[in-house]
Every structure is written in C-alpha cells, then in structure tokens.
Write a protein of this length. Structure first.
Length: 57
C-alpha cells in the first residue's frame, strides 16, 4: 500500500483519547488511504466522508 499525504481541513473536530480538538488550520497528514478511511469511519468528526480531505499533489 502506497503512503499518501492528505490535508485535513481547518475546523475539523478530532478526538485524542476522547478529548475533542478543533483544527485551527489546514493540517497535513500522511498514511495509506485505507487507514485514513478507517480512522474517519470509527470516530466522530465534522467531515461526512474522507473524500472531502484533499490528497496533496
């Protein structure tokens, strides 16, 4: 599986150990697309689907 870079949009709510955090700026992350989809399918967030996060060129 190929590692990719993604941007999670400003305003997205993420939880770390159950504590919510709002991203105050667009945030670059890297990983496989499958892991990215899995992470967003198992958590509460403000993106209805991971396709709204833009892969970096």
């Amino acid at each position: 599986m190929k590692e990719q870079k993604f941007v999670i949009k400003k305003g997205t709510i993420i939880k770390i150990k159950g504590l919510p955090f709002e991203l105050v700026q667009d945030t670059k992350v890297s990983g496989t697309y499958e892991n990215y989809k899995l992470a967003f399918s198992q958590s509460e967030h403000s993106l209805p689907k991971p396709d709204q996060a833009a892969p970096l060129p």
